[in-house]
Write a protein that binds this ligand. Structure first.
Ligand SMILES: Cc1cc2nc3c(=O)[nH]c(=O)nc-3n(C[C@H](O)[C@H](O)[C@H](O)COP(=O)(O)O)c2cc1C
Length: 218
């Protein structure tokens, strides 16, 4: 089957959290990672590291850690109202899907961890660059999500497992200088791709200086 074009892929890549347990061939995972490493990284350091977890026992341990993180985040979200752009019912559905993933994570065939090998920064830069932590891995993560969509696989960018980073590192055998930034569960989807709905460009964009809206060209 022909692969969809890049814009179709971007407009239909949504979070798919209900995934079939059917295995994903290693050739497919390799192709996804080969797309991931085409991403940019600061100074072209390419200090990303990936971990493909398929072992049922390790997945079970990861699920336990993920559930702990999710239960804390869920408690926060469940007390909140939906974001202004989202209907309350849709927001509840999102939380239910996220809860489903937390409860079924170990059944997902591939848990892909996107990590960075941390590199010491000079003291005069470290504090100012701290808020950019992760900026050299998330472009690769987005490539992973898009490649999954193009290949007919469902995936979601998740981060709650990092709330228990030290436990996670022990389970995964990560060295001290390698940190996780995302866990991407990958499998064949039970649901359908896109369309992805977002607040329109003109509501989130200014021209030249803050406050001057960028209007849609007619
Ligand atoms: C930084 C970041 C962290 C996220 N962490 C989680 C997570 O831990 N668990 C989860 O189920 N979804 C997670 N998501 C997915 C978001 O909930 C999802 O992208 C958002 O609701 C939009 O959904 P859609 O792409 O299906 O429209 C995360 C997304 C981002 C960008």
């Amino acid at each position: 089957m022909a692969e969809p074009g890049v814009f179709e892929v971007m407009y239909t890549t949504r979070s798919l959290r209900r995934l079939k347990p059917d295995p994903v061939p290693d050739e497919v995972i390799y192709r996804i990672l080969d797309a991931a490493i085409r991403a940019p990284s600061g100074g072209n350091t390419q200090h990303w590291r990936f971990l493909v977890v398929k072992d049922p026992q390790i997945k079970q341990q990861v699920q336990q850690i993920y559930q702990k993180g999710w239960s804390e985040v869920q408690a926060m979200y469940r007390t909140r109202t939906a974001p202004a752009h989202m209907a309350e019912e849709k927001f509840r559905r999102l939380l239910d899907a996220a809860a489903y993933l937390a409860d079924h994570l170990a059944e997902v065939p591939v848990l892909l961890f996107a990590c960075l090998q941390e590199r010491p920064l000079p003291a005069h830069l470290a504090a100012r660059l701290a808020r950019l932590a992760g900026s050299s891995i998330y472009p690769a993560v987005q490539n992973i999500l898009l490649a999954c969509r193009a290949l007919g696989l469902g995936a979601t960018l998740t981060t709650v497992s990092a709330l228990y980073e030290e436990e996670l590192k022990a389970v995964l055998g990560l060295p001290a200088d390698v940190s996780t930034y995302a866990l991407i569960p990958i499998g064949y989807p039970r649901g359908k791709f896109g369309p992805v709905q977002r607040v329109p460009v003109e509501e989130v964009t200014c021209v030249d200086r803050w406050g001057t809206p960028f209007t849609r060209p007619t």
